[in-house]
Design a protein around this ligand. Structure first.
Ligand code: GAL
Length: 197
């Protein structure tokens, strides 16, 4: 097993957008990135980019460009890949549930051949990789969005069969529930493959 899959990365709270950070150890199968935020009230678009580096000139490749757009009556998401400064064929996903001003929890779950994205607990899209996942080492957040928290999570690396979203919750900064001593029931108990934060 790759020891990188056990690497922990602390969450980032209230990053100022535009924002870019290194993903410790790069992206790989079983990693998850959870972004809690809000679409600005006058949003035209924002984007979450999973980049292969952070160069601006020439622009680094973007393996996964997740780009919600709000200017038409049908809010939608464009996903694409930027390879050697050229956009490949874009994919459009209609029925985007978020509107201007809405809060959200976006979860990106990186599988071997595709990323799955859920919005506030509901699966929204699958996007198949066109560039190798192992080349992605940078997360970029740009455009009309404010971000409360970015968390870097891993599914159980010993659990090879993983198709559904594992249960995961963002931390709530300042929540008095986090004061010690803390004791809380685990609603579903513990079982192989479950995550506890
Ligand atoms: C272009 C846009 C880029 C990117 C791309 C995705 O039209 O200028 O920012 O969103 O589409 O295909």
């Amino acid at each position: 097993m790759d020891p990188m899959s056990l690497l922990l990365q602390p969450p980032v709270f209230y990053p100022v957008v535009p924002y870019a950070c290194t993903i410790f150890g790069g992206l790989q199968y079983g990693r998850m990135i959870l972004i809690q935020g809000r679409v600005t009230s006058d949003a035209v678009r924002f984007q979450i980019d999973f980049q292969c580096g952070c160069s601006t000139r020439p622009r680094s490749d973007i393996a996964i460009h997740f780009n919600p757009r709000f200017s038409s009556s049908d809010a939608h998401v464009i996903c694409n890949t930027l390879c050697r400064d050229k956009w490949l064929d874009e994919q459009k996903f209609s029925g985007f549930p978020l509107r201007r001003g809405n809060s959200f929890v976006l979860l990106f779950l990186f599988l071997a051949d595709k990323v799955k994205v859920s919005i506030s607990g509901q699966h929204f899209l699958d996007f198949s990789y066109r560039l190798p996942l192992r080349d992605v080492d940078t997360l970029g957040i740009y455009g009309d969005v404010s971000v409360k928290e970015v968390s870097f999570l891993s599914t159980n690396p010993y659990h090879a069969e993983m198709t559904e979203y594992p249960l995961c919750q963002p931390l709530k900064p300042g929540n008095s529930d986090l004061t010690l001593p803390l004791s809380r029931p685990l609603p579903m108990g513990l079982s192989e493959g479950s995550l506890s934060r």
